[in-house]
Design a protein around this ligand. Structure first.
Ligand SMILES: *Cc1c(COP(=O)(O)O)cnc(C)c1O
Length: 379
């Protein structure tokens, strides 16, 4: 053989690292973009091409579907790509009912790309069931919910929304990114589709961008969403799937500890004289507390609060924190603080005095001490 042939083939026997031979305890990362066919043209493991399917992606999809109690998991390159696929599974002319309190990126997707595409959207307050009912039309195909919502932690009664939507023949999707399947399982409450930005708690270490849709058995949009994934090709890499699956093992421990930390931080902030409001569903004073308690196991690791003052005072508090990292995103092991209004489009409605916290795995006493010294610096 010539040197360039040896360079291509030496050490590379297709399937030679097959897991049945060496039996690694941690799964291998199958980076291969393509898989060898048998002489008869069949595919020995069922895999053909990694854009269509890959062992690491299949493992991740099955794990998330299992956690959510759904039938199908469909993984994407981001939470936003997952949302795109759901909306693309609908037809131009269809109507979607979406929450007023919603992750701004998903809202922008509806009002820009999908408005041009011919999807009709109405935004309604999901905690006002009368207005939800009134906003449904004969063309409504999907009711989108997000609970707790970003960034003001509004709570939606999933059982009630499902009852109203199903009576009208409409499917319900829940963005379960903030609660995670450890604290809230929407499919068990009757929801048809669950959306995750796996960038957040599921991957949990601020080192992956990913998304996933979980569909209940028999959901009529599943095949169309799968088609958007495969034909559209916005799929996660094998390494990102591997990292996310690895992180899911510790998800229950992380989320429970982060929730306990958030309770302590919310209690501290609520009693602080320079804090005008705290948004956390675990507080008895929160308008959605009882509904949250009826559908969540714990209240989660996310909260937001309004500083006594305006934009400058909120920025000042964020600038003075030493343990909290000033960054967007959430769900990682490190605590983050973010001035939300300055990353959202103008008119998003988020108060200029609001700071959003993602509670990590530091000791809550240290986080509270950091917020205490930051608030003490206010003039
Ligand atoms: C981050 C986020 C998304 C978008 O996910 P990406 O992975 O950033 O594309 C959607 N919904 C919620 C609630 C989020 O927090």
């Amino acid at each position: 053989m010539n040197i360039q042939t040896i360079a291509v083939h030496a050490g590379h026997v297709p399937g030679a690292a097959a897991e049945e031979i060496i039996q690694p305890v941690a799964p291998a990362i199958i980076l291969s973009s393509t898989f060898q066919r048998n002489p008869d043209g069949s595919y020995p493991g069922g895999y053909l091409y990694s854009q269509i399917n890959n062992p690491n992606r299949a493992a991740l999809e099955s794990a998330i579907a299992n956690l959510e109690g759904g039938n199908d998991g469909i993984a994407f390159a981001s939470g936003s790509a997952a949302m795109m696929a759901v909306l693309q599974s609908l037809q131009p002319g269809d109507h979607v009912l979406a929450p007023l309190a919603m992750y701004y990126g998903n809202r922008t997707m509806l009002t820009s790309i999908f408005q041009q595409w011919g999807l009709q959207t109405t935004f309604a307050p999901m905690d006002d069931l009368y207005r939800v009912k009134a906003a449904l039309t004969p063309a409504t195909r999907l009711v989108i919910t997000e609970t707790p919502s970003n960034p003001t932690l509004r709570i939606t009664d999933l059982r009630e929304i499902v009852r109203i939507a199903h009576a009208a023949g409409t499917l319900v999707m829940c963005d379960n990114t903030w609660a995670t399947p450890i604290l809230q399982r929407p499919i068990e409450l009757g929801v048809d589709l669950v959306l995750h930005s796996t960038t957040k708690y599921l991957s949990g270490h601020s080192d992956v961008t990913g998304g996933c849709i979980v569909a209940r058995e028999g959901c009529r949009l599943t095949e169309a969403i799968r088609q958007c994934q495969v034909v559209g090709g916005a799929v996660p890499s094998p390494f990102d799937c591997w990292l996310t699956l690895r992180s899911i093992a510790t998800l229950p421990l992380r989320v429970r500890a982060q929730s306990a930390g958030a309770v302590a931080v919310a209690d501290f902030l609520q009693s602080h004289p320079r804090v005008a409001a705290v948004h956390y569903p675990g507080l008895l004073s929160h308008t959605g507390h009882h509904v949250a308690a009826s559908q969540m196991e714990l209240f989660g690791g996310m909260l937001s609060f309004e500083v006594d003052g305006h934009r400058a005072e909120a920025m000042e508090v964020a600038a003075r924190t030493q343990l909290f990292t000033r960054a967007t995103s959430l769900g990682g092991v490190e605590s983050l603080i973010e001035h939300r209004a300055s990353v959202e489009p103008p008119g998003s409605g988020t108060p200029e005095s609001l700071l959003r916290l993602s509670i990590g795995l530091e000791h809550p006493d240290d986080l509270i001490a950091d917020l205490e010294q930051a608030l003490a610096g206010l003039p």
